[in-house]
Design a protein. Sequence first.
Length: 115
Amino acid sequence: MMTWLAMAPAPGGEGGQQQSPVFMIGWLGLMLVIFYFMLIRPQQRREKERRALLTQIKSGDRVVFCGGLLGIVTNAKEKTFTIKVDEGVKLEVVRSAVTQVLDKGQAPEDNPASK
């Protein structure tokens, strides 16, 4: 019974007019373009900046890792860093764990959502 109601013409009209498939494809294309410029492109830009940050890290840089660990890079390898956390304490961590490179005397940021 509900099917007949859905197919019934609108009151005061001569029936439902069908829109062109080209019109619908145009709207779909517009939505995809908006999606690309609002979501995908900014993410690609952030990832490019992050890769540049990771490649510029060298020995002596003070870094913050995703777990909140702070340390000074003592050895930079292709995929890992050796960091000095405290006197006599060295850890080897993967490059992708770095979230921030600190300048001398700079305090770490407390807002990981902005990264």
